[in-house]
Design a protein around this ligand. Sequence first.
Ligand code: HEM
Ligand code: SF4
Ligand code: SF4
Length: 524
Amino acid sequence: MHFIQMGLRSAFDYAERALDRLFGPNANPLGQLGALGYFLFWIVTVSGFYVFAVFDTGVARAFQSVEWMSGPHWWHAGLMRSFHRYASDLMIVVMLLHLVREFALDRFRGARWFSWFTGVPLIAFLYVCGVTGYWLVWDKLAQYVATTSTELLDWMPIFGEPIARNFLDPSSLSDRFFTLLVFLHIAVPIILLFVMWVHIQRISGPKVNPPRLLGGIVLVALTVVSLLMPAVSQGPADLARIPSPVRLDSLYLILYPLADRAPGVAWVALAAIGVVLALVPFLPPRRQPAIAKVFLDHCNGCGRCVADCPYEALQLAPRTDGAVYRSEVVVDASKCVSCGICVGSCPSTTPFRRTGDLVTGIDLPDYSFARMRADVIAACAAPREGRRVLAIVCKHGGGRKLAASPDLAVLELPCVAMAPPSLVDFALSRKLADGVAIVGCSERSCYNRLGVEWTKQRLAQERDPYLRSRVPRERLATIWASATETGAVASAIEELRTNLPPLASDAGPRPGGLSARQPEEMRS
Ligand code: HEM
Ligand code: SF4
Ligand code: SF4
């Protein structure tokens, strides 16, 4: 599975870098797939209301009303019909790309199973929305969809009477059945929206709106395609004839040829896809590193960690230890992924504290801040040959393969935002290193969602805890690179080293080197 993921990640990296040049990193569509899914849902809803206002739900008149839209009223109703069709198609493409990208980035395991698991029914609901939509037009394609879908449903012993009977001849199809279909085409999107809302409940600050530029580009593209290739029907349905041949939509109706020929095999394929997708987050089972632990004696209830946790795993609650503060922080064990971002946000997490036993307000039991500080000191205590760089590396980003050398000390963390900015200050002011490189994931695909963003804001003094002004910025580099861009990271570190001004107390050439990589128990 790892090799498939790395292959897919390389493909996404390649495509994303190319799209960066066209759209810029902020509007890169591949970095905004979830938000685009939401945006397209609203476009489909608005255009759907418009189309519904002029649609006739009677069996006999449905086709004529659709023809009326695409014929004399093409410039408003026809345009909206095409918008509705193409935005729905694009939603499938966006959803499937989003699924594959989250898989490639490995953002679905352990405590993060929830978004993936709730994404699986989203696929089913979106397909039901599309299929019922094609049905409503009541053209030849609709007739094919109706007969194939009902034969597929009849294959399972769900209904007492075979529903395919409704499509045997014109007299057997009633307006009531058609009204039920209209109801389904409206009710299922409401359920879809509800599940979309559930889908993002366990992540903080989910992006549900794309940047304006990207939204504008999507709207313009949909308008152009709708004008150049308006959605058209395939001739009126006629239950007295077998509706063939029909042009199938290869996105929504991809399984229909199989369902038509072998409904049993189609059911097996659907069930297999559903079960495999639902089990993906749990196969193989992954040992969860110990979750964040609160140390009340060092917590003043400021809430910074609550604001920074990307997974809604922290909450403020009334104080229980009788201290003067009003609140304390509480960890939800089922949501914590042990990313350590809360450790980096706590005001008690400072390496300058003189206490022998360095305790923070919130810490990771498997890799405490005290150990991180000791690791930095140990890594940088080794004799150096030239100018030494301390690389603070995210284990999911482009620095994951960096090897320590006499001039490079490496501190590997579950997320670069676990390191508070004071650690950079500490390394430079104590002259442990001549320069510090923070090497995180690519800006578009932070493994821990918000780690890159919070680190950038802390270094720019836009978010607490921020990097003090006294820290010489020319000795600090931030490198954002995805797991496949290891070569670019090595070059960027070399560039930092080459441009470093010498420290007053440069120790001179000495051999040796040490790495402060993460302990084995954190590597999962
Ligand atoms: C209608 C279709 C869908 C929409 C609109 C949608 C939307 C979203 C949004 C807005 C996010 C949050 C992105 C962020 O700000 O980090 C997200 C995350 C995610 N989605 Fe979807 N999604 C859809 C379908 C799916 C499907 C089919 C799957 C997989 C089966 C899936 C898996 C995930 C995962 C794994 C995450 C990341 C959670 C994390 O970072 O822990 N989604 N989705
Ligand atoms: S380690 Fe901290 S920031 Fe990360 S998920 Fe757990 S509580 Fe949230
Ligand atoms: S950031 Fe630290 S002090 Fe503030 S609430 Fe969280 S644990 Fe407590």
